[in-house]
Design a protein around this ligand. Structure first.
Ligand code: NAD
Length: 250
């Protein structure tokens, strides 16, 4: 990346982790764009980011829709400037159910948002970054990208796929000035984990289990995303950066 402060884009920026990422990236960015399906949540993050004095915009978009992705990329580049950092973070958790009872429609929905959404974000942003030969992309996967978890067939499969997309993109851009990495959060204090905990408790599975390190905070993820976005990580490409307090140590 050049020495000028980059424009940062965060999808799922209205959620707990996305908001922490947007606030953290504001310190190192010339502008921050927040994309979310939930317009009110995106606006709330934008108002919080605004306090840091950086240019900000909030866009309502569905990351699983190709037209929406093309639109948000164009809007951000027209209004803020070239996207230098992309936190490809939007995601959903689905339901907790054993595989033999896992609902087909929930599985498809997880693939639409978590996999197709991550793919479309990569596709549209990478097109712009490749033309400029600079940029850093951080996909939010999960420790569910490297472990099986009872009751979470759709989520686990979708996050394994996000890691596959990350690795493919990283190999494709190696040596071009662009880097693509994944951050793999363990359970983080958030709406999503509270919902999974609630469902796991009801279905007596271990879906939301935190392990001995307990839950992390959204800020823990934001700090690693900021590092991966920064020039200090200039030789880090294709990494699966686990942030779980040691929960998945082999
Ligand atoms: P969250 O539910 O608080 O935030 C997710 C955000 O994504 C929400 O604001 C939601 O409106 C948005 N979103 C959902 N579908 C969308 C769509 N189709 N288009 C645009 N936006 C959409 O959850 P979070 O904990 O902040 O999760 C952020 C990311 O971190 C997700 O990818 C999640 O899978 C991942 N993750 C979370 C945890 C955790 O413990 N919370 C652990 C590992 C990975």
């Amino acid at each position: 990346m050049t020495s000028a402060k980059p424009i940062s884009l965060v999808t799922g920026g209205g959620g707990d982790i996305g908001r922490a990422i947007a606030l953290r990236l504001a310190h190192m960015s010339g502008g921050v764009a927040i994309v979310d399906l939930d317009e009110a949540a995106a606006n709330a993050t934008a108002r919080a980011v605004e306090k840091s004095g950086v240019a900000v915009m909030a866009i309502r978009a569905d990351v699983s829709c190709s037209e929406d992705c093309a639109r948000y990329v164009t809007l951000v580049e027209e209004q803020l400037g070239p996207i230098g950092v992309f936190a490809n973070n939007a995601g959903i958790e689905g339901v907790v159910a054993p595989l033999h009872e896992y609902p087909d429609n929930v599985f498809d929905q997880l693939y639409a948002v978590n996999v197709r959404g991550a793919f479309l974000g990569l596709k549209h942003v990478l097109g712009r970054m490749r033309a400029r030969g600079t940029g850093s992309i951080i996909n939010t996967a999960s420790t569910s990208a490297i472990r099986g978890r009872a009751g979470l067939a759709g989520y686990v499969a979708s996050k394994h796929a996000v890691l596959g997309l990350t690795r493919t993109a990283a190999v494709e851009v190696a040596g071009t000035g662009i880097r693509v990495n994944a951050v793999l959060p363990g359970p983080i204090e958030s709406r999503m984990i509270r919902e999974l905990d609630h469902q796991a408790h009801r279905t007596s599975t271990s879906a939301g289990r935190a392990g001995s390190a307990g839950y992390g905070q959204p800020q823990n993820i934001a700090d690693v995303v900021a590092f991966l976005a920064s020039a200090e990580a200039s030789h880090v490409n294709g990494a699966a950066w686990v942030v779980d307090g040691g929960m998945t140590v082999p």
